[in-house]
Design a binder for this molecule. Structure first.
Ligand SMILES: [Zn+2]
Length: 277
């Protein structure tokens, strides 16, 4: 058992030391079949769900149905190629104090109630979901975990466990989800893809920009409520600028009442008990 903790410590230490930048071995693993993403995602999901204090699952099936309908609408986009393999689904986490959303490999998305409350309109919700779909589509977390095979093997040899167990171990250590941290490049790529997915939907495709404004304003005020969000999805000025530039290039018109669906979304928040009437 002592050996177990020694390796565990070593592994978490290496993670801390290198952060996510060291794991961009994308080119080596892009030949992996998508079924590997599904296996890894399921394994990580199971691990996450055992920690019901950090990740308490909300059981409101109506809320889940509503969010799934948003996902299904976005999935109609021809830009989303892996939808025939990945079963895109979302788990609501019952914590209003956390403003975050994240995705695991293979199409398992998660959103905290705090995020649902923080969002103002349905277009922004669609943008956040599209962004998480993009992380799965682009296999960001999959490649990052896969690139750690060397470290995974170290643990495998010691405990005869498979490499996904190593990833699970890491996910468990990093209770704050720092293991799922995306690099700035990943963020930029996810934003751009999300914009492309959304351009064929009924929602204002550049809603992420108003969302960024809201985050920036809040960060300058207090900040700590958004620590989780910013640790998994770093917000940099170049990310905002790139998205602005792209929306101009794509000739996206300013939003209107219909394609933001502010009132429709506020009604949903009341319906699901997320805000008072
Ligand atoms: Zn992200």
């Amino acid at each position: 058992l002592a050996r177990f903790f020694k390796y565990l410590f070593l592994f978490s230490f290496i993670l801390l030391l290198f952060g996510c930048k060291a794991f961009e071995g994308k080119t080596y693993f892009s030949g992996d079949p998508l079924t590997e993403d599904i296996k890894m995602g399921e394994s990580m999901k199971n691990e996450i769900l055992t920690n019901s204090t950090e990740f308490p699952v909300d059981k409101d099936s109506k809320l889940n149905k509503y969010l799934q309908s948003i996902i299904d609408e976005i999935l109609k986009s021809p830009e989303i190629k892996n939808k025939t393999v990945f079963k895109y689904n979302i788990t609501v986490l019952d914590r209003t104090d956390v403003i975050n959303a994240f995705s695991l490999p293979g199409g398992n998305l998660f959103i905290y109630k705090g995020m649902l409350r923080f969002i103002d309109d349905e277009a922004t919700l669609a943008a956040v979901i599209a962004h998480e779909i993009a992380h799965s589509e682009l296999r960001h977390t999959y490649f990052r975990v896969r690139s750690q095979e060397g470290f995974g093997n170290l643990i495998d040899k010691a405990f005869k466990k498979d490499e996904y167990k190593a990833a699970k171990t890491a996910a468990n250590i990093a209770k704050n989800l720092s293991f799922l941290s995306n690099s700035r490049d990943n963020e930029l790529e996810a934003d751009k893809n999300a914009l492309n997915y959304l351009k064929s939907t009924k929602w204002y495709p550049a809603a992420m920009l108003t969302f960024f404004d809201k985050i920036s304003a809040l960060v300058s005020q207090s900040g700590n409520q958004l620590d989780g969000l910013l640790s998994t999805h770093p917000l940099a000025k170049d990310r905002i600028d790139a998205l602005k530039e792209l929306s101009i290039k794509m000739k996206i018109l300013p939003p209107n009442e219909d394609n933001l669906n502010y009132y429709g979304y506020q009604d949903k928040l009341v319906e699901f008990g997320l805000i008072n009437q």
